[in-house]
Design a protein around this ligand. Structure first.
Ligand code: NAP
Ligand code: ZN
Ligand code: ZN
Length: 347
């Protein structure tokens, strides 16, 4: 076991604080990653504060991990010491069900093993995440990262990137489609970048007028202020696809009204309370709502390679780990431009 510095939540109320965890000895297929950067996802806040009601403490959050491989197990094939690698939201799954065999392990019938706030497959070890100096995990769930990209800006691709890339691909977003992205946060800003790169006409739907200029800079063609009833009415039945990245409790209905014939709302945001949905808003235009969870191992590597090819990374504000609690408060106030990333050398 290797003693590892970390930051942890010890309950739903208190701020995160320095903590010590143990990382396991290398198994034959394990890699040992010295963590350089870890992005801060809103799911970290939901879970640290038990907003989904399933939190296991003490909890070291963090699932947007980029680091350097420092040791490899004897049967490791994909990596060598010195490689740059990424770990995302999932560190294991049953590997035998139809979804695992199809490399859609996030939909494993037994449930995927998350990077933190989950028991590992032995059903007793608590998985601990990336707000830590190192992680040991199976190479199957570790990704190759091109060293030509800015590594601190790559970290958010491991969750915010794949969580928006996967549903936009699944919905067949392509040239000429009208796509709305709701919420300009970590996921939303990646959603805008991907939808623009796939050739769609992209509109940012936001509660924050102050984000209009940034939306345009990120490539959005239009901006819709969701608190302005007139603007919302004028966009009634306009969009083919809506990517809903909202982290706070909200009703789906006012956004569903924006969908055109056969339009789809792709839900990735995970607020604590169930939203209100009117069947009438669904019947009109034969609209549908589809959920999507991160991406499988194959698609995550595909997304990272796509980003390296197109030079797509996140817009980040780098913080030392000592500012993590302040970063959480700013995210809750929608004051993040557009992903906090922890520089792990501060730990
Ligand atoms: P974030 O950076 O905090 O961004 C969330 C954005 O939601 C805010 O910036 C804000 O954008 C918008 N928003 C906040 N309150 C709102 C309200 N009342 N009504 C409408 N819009 C509101 O969060 P994130 O890290 O992108 O995560 C977003 C959500 O996705 C979280 O719930 C997270 O748990 C979930 N998530 C899901 C998956 C998955 O696999 N499905 C993966 C990762 C994260 P504006 O200021 O532009 O309005
Ligand atoms: Zn996440
Ligand atoms: Zn499985």
């Amino acid at each position: 076991m290797t003693s590892t510095k970390a930051y942890a939540a010890s309950n739903a109320k208190d701020p995160l604080a320095p903590f010590q965890i143990e990382r396991r000895e290398l198994r034959p297929h394990d890699v040992h990653v010295e963590i350089l950067y870890c992005g801060v996802c809103h799911s970290d806040i939901h879970q640290a504060r038990n907003e989904w009601g399933d939190s296991i403490y003490p909890m070291v959050p963090g699932h947007e991990i980029v680091g350097k491989i420092s040791k490899v197990g004897k049967d490791v094939k994909k990596f060598k010491v010195g490689d740059i690698a990424g770990v995302g939201v999932m560190i294991d799954s049953c590997r035998a069900c139809k979804n695992c065999i199809n490399l859609m392990e996030q939909y494993c019938v037994e449930g995927m093993t998350g990077t933190y706030n989950t028991l590992e497959r032995d059903k007793k070890t608590i998985a601990q995440g990336g707000y830590s100096s190192q992680i040991v995990t199976d190479e199957r769930y570790v990704y190759s990262i091109s060293s030509k990209l800015d590594l601190k800006a790559v970290a958010p691709l491991l969750c915010a990137g794949i969580t928006t890339y996967s549903p936009l691909r699944y919905a067949g977003v392509t040239k000429g489609m009208k796509v709305a992205v709701i919420g300009l946060g970590g996921l939303g800003h990646m959603g805008v970048k991907f939808a623009v790169s796939f050739g769609a006409e992209v509109t940012l739907v936001s509660t924050s007028l102050s984000k209009q200029k940034d939306a345009e800079r990120l490539g959005a063609h239009k901006f819709l202020l969701s608190t302005d009833k007139k603007q919302m009415k004028n966009s009634d039945s306009y969009f083919d696809v809506i990517l809903n990245t909202v982290s706070a409790n909200h009703d789906y209905e006012k956004y569903l009204n924006l969908l055109d014939f056969n339009g789809k709302m792709l839900v990735v945001g995970l607020p604590s309370e169930n939203p209100k949905v009117s069947p009438f808003a669904l019947l009109k235009n034969r609209r549908s709502i589809t959920g999507s969870m991160i991406g499988g191992t194959k698609e995550t590597q595909e997304m990272l390679d796509y980003c390296a090819d197109k030079n797509i990374v996140a817009d980040v504000e780098v913080i030392p780990i000592q500012q993590i609690n302040e970063a959480y408060e700013r995210m809750i106030k929608n004051d993040v431009r557009y992903r906090f990333v922890i520089d792990m050398s501060s730990l």
